[in-house]
Design a protein around this ligand. Sequence first.
Ligand code: HEC
Ligand code: HEC
Ligand code: HEC
Ligand code: HEC
Length: 171
Amino acid sequence: MSGLKDAGHLFRFLGLFVIAFLVFWLIRGYVVPKSFGEYGHYRGAAITDIANHPVKFAGHQACEQCHTDIADTKTKGAHAHVNCEACHGALAQHANDPTSMTPVKPDSAVLCARCHTASAAKPKGFPQVDIADHSNGLPCATCHNPHSPVIGSDAKTTDAASATAATGGAK
Ligand code: HEC
Ligand code: HEC
Ligand code: HEC
Ligand code: HEC
């Protein structure tokens, strides 16, 4: 039994472990959210939190239902697969109630450059232009219809042709 007599320091050490564990358990009880683990290794209530975020995008189908003329033009043009809100921004509020908010028209000089500025990092086949050279400082929509941008593919053709003639042919 002389062995146990010398083991006192081991029990004190064990006691410290037990206290530390209880403190850990107590703090854990306070800081782990109630719904944690309800469905899996995450906070169950996060699902409703996320579902409650306001919807910002309406989706192109909504736009097309009211703006049928633009939808018709767009489906036939080179921007058929560029969605309305990629250019116009999130417009759920407008789509739900058009009178509550009228969207501002995007500034084509800024907008078009975002996708079409020439860059070596872009795939060779993607249409891109040296903006300053190409547009002579004019907004892109002066010559291109944003909803059907290939010149000659829609009603803006005549305007565009004369604008091009006036600048001596852009590109
Ligand atoms: C429920 C019908 C409806 C839906 C859906 C709708 N719009 Fe509209 N939109 C209108 C009406 C009506 C106006 C004219 C409002 C005004 O002049 O105050 C308008 C105006 C606009 C304008 C401004 C036109 C201008 O001449 O300045 C833009 C841009 C626009 N809508 C884009 C969109 C886009 C993009 C979507 C899809 C996210 C969309 N709209 C969805 C009915 C709708
Ligand atoms: C590639 C970008 C782009 C896409 C995609 C696009 N728009 Fe536009 N839209 C513009 C720009 C830029 C203008 C402003 C043109 C101007 O300055 O005259 C505009 C103008 C408008 C206007 C104002 C009326 C007009 O004809 O100028 C409406 C309404 C509109 N867009 C609706 C839509 C809808 C609906 C869609 C999807 C079916 C759509 N747009 C897709 C860039 C875009
Ligand atoms: C969100 C990106 C995006 C924006 C913004 C955008 N475009 Fe485009 N554009 C595209 C894509 C994608 C295509 C189709 C490319 C393809 O067919 O490989 C395209 C095609 C075109 C083409 C046809 C080129 C060809 O020879 O086939 C022209 C011209 C053009 N865009 C001009 C414009 C103009 C002008 C604006 C501004 C009103 C604009 N784009 C805004 C993505 C964009
Ligand atoms: C003065 C008239 C004019 C202006 C302004 C203009 N363009 Fe063009 N753009 C043209 C003509 C003409 C073509 C050649 C015909 C075509 O491909 O549609 C062209 C072709 C393009 C092409 C196709 C290039 C290719 O390799 O197939 C893109 C992309 C383009 N423009 C983007 C823009 C952008 C972005 C702006 C604004 C920064 C702009 N354009 C301003 C007249 C213009």
